[in-house]
Design a protein around this ligand. Structure first.
Ligand code: ZN
Length: 218
């Protein structure tokens, strides 16, 4: 999960009790960097407008600009109306990247590890939901979307490891090392797909933590 700054004012359609409209998408999609706010996939083929607090027919919640989030179809269907009282990525007072730790397994069929050190109901509820978003394959279609998700993650993890190797090995030139560090700096940014993983993979690695200590601020 990554922090989102909701700077834009509410799109006009919401005043007409419409939210699935062009003006909403035009603001929401770039504001979330084109990423699902839960799993952090980008280039979504099944984007949906998600109600952070389920509206359950409540018109105020349904057309409340502050309650509209950008998500993939998989995460939206898993969240449903059951998962509430979560860490809010749009709350500038909450560092959601620090709040929930995500680490990749060594094999794609194994579970992603989702944990928190915060002892709050919101953090625990978020861990429970993200654990399902990243790992659930309880129906045939969720099995398919989970494979797609893991393939995207593992592809970027290969790049991450290649940049790490360039920083580690003496045979690479200073220019190559500078470029590798710049690439890793991009990967830990909130705009990058699956940024929570790359940030925690740096923090869980003494060598990379030292290499990027001016980039990672905690
Ligand atoms: Zn998602």
């Amino acid at each position: 999960m990554f922090n989102v700054e909701r700077v834009a004012p509410a799109p006009a359609s919401l005043n007409r009790n419409q939210y699935n409209t062009q003006d909403v998408i035009d603001i929401l999609e770039p504001m979330f960097h084109g990423k699902c706010y839960l799993c952090e996939q980008d280039e979504l083929t099944d984007p949906e407008i998600e109600h952070f607090d389920p509206h359950m027919g409540d018109v105020t919640k349904k057309y409340d600009w502050g309650n509209l989030y950008y998500s993939c179809g998989r995460c939206n269907s898993i969240k449903g109306t059951r998962h509430t009282n979560l860490l809010d990525c749009c709350d500038i007072n909450i560092d959601v990247l620090r709040g929930v730790k995500c680490l990749l397994p060594s094999c794609p069929d194994s579970d992603i590890e989702v944990t928190t050190q915060l002892n709050t109901a919101q953090a625990n509820n978020t861990v429970e939901l993200l654990n399902r978003c990243y790992n659930e394959k309880n129906t045939p279609l969720r099995g398919v979307t989970r494979v797609v998700l893991m393939d995207k993650l593992f592809e970027l993890h290969v790049e991450f490891q290649q940049y790490r190797l360039i920083l580690k090995k003496k045979r690479h030139t200073p220019d190559e090392k500078a470029l590798a560090k710049a690439r890793l700096t991009e990967m830990v940014g909130a705009h990058y797909p699956f940024s929570v993983f790359w940030r925690w993979h740096v923090l869980s690695d003494t060598f990379l933590s030292q290499q990027l200590d001016d980039v990672i601020d905690f």
